[in-house]
Write a protein that binds this ligand. Structure first.
Ligand code: 4NP
Length: 160
């Protein structure tokens, strides 16, 4: 199962989701074969490491994002990834417009998998204060666990 996390710049929310999902899957879902990547809908920061504020907040919780580099969503992504998860509705609508019609069902809001979080979007922390980066981590940790639980249920429902 290949999952692509997508936000606007690929330097705050989606690399956080990639790093957190990888770490939690490695720790808590070793029975699942999952791979993760991230990308942005915009190319403002291509090749850049994640935002220093995101990296610092993630590091305090034990996640290392330092090796990640920003890239833009590419046409091949709609073929390569089973699930393409948007952080907010702007990302979702851009992705839906760019995807070939027959791949649109692979594109979802990340937080759809975690209805208990009480919100459907991961807010953009870029222009806000430090609380925004903690909120991103709280939402992403909850949604990563909920997504892994969903993938586990889906696998159990599959015929062998
Ligand atoms: P991200 O945050 O989409 O979570 O990576 C942003 C990063 C950069 C910009 C906006 C949002 N920007 O306008 O440069």
């Amino acid at each position: 199962m290949r999952v692509l996390f997508v936000c606007l710049g690929n330097i705050c929310r989606s690399p956080t989701a990639e790093a957190v999902f990888r770490a939690i899957a490695a720790r808590e879902a070793r029975d699942l074969v999952v791979d993760a990547d991230s990308a942005g809908t915009a190319g403002y920061h291509i090749g850049a490491a994640p935002d220093a504020r995101s990296q610092q907040a993630a590091r305090r919780r034990g996640y290392d994002m330092s090796a990640l580099r920003a890239r833009v969503v590419a046409p091949e992504d709609f073929e390569r990834f089973d699930l393409i998860l948007a952080m907010d509705r702007d990302n979702l609508s851009v992705l839906r417009r760019r995807a070939p019609r027959e791949r649109r069902q692979r594109i979802r809001l990340f937080l759809e998998f975690a209805p208990d979080l009480g919100t459907t979007e991961v807010p953009d922390p870029y222009y806000g204060g430090p609380n925004g980066f903690e909120e991103v981590l709280d939402l992403v940790e909850g949604a990563a666990r909920a997504l892994l639980a969903h993938l586990r249920r889906e696998r159990q429902a599959e015929p062998i």
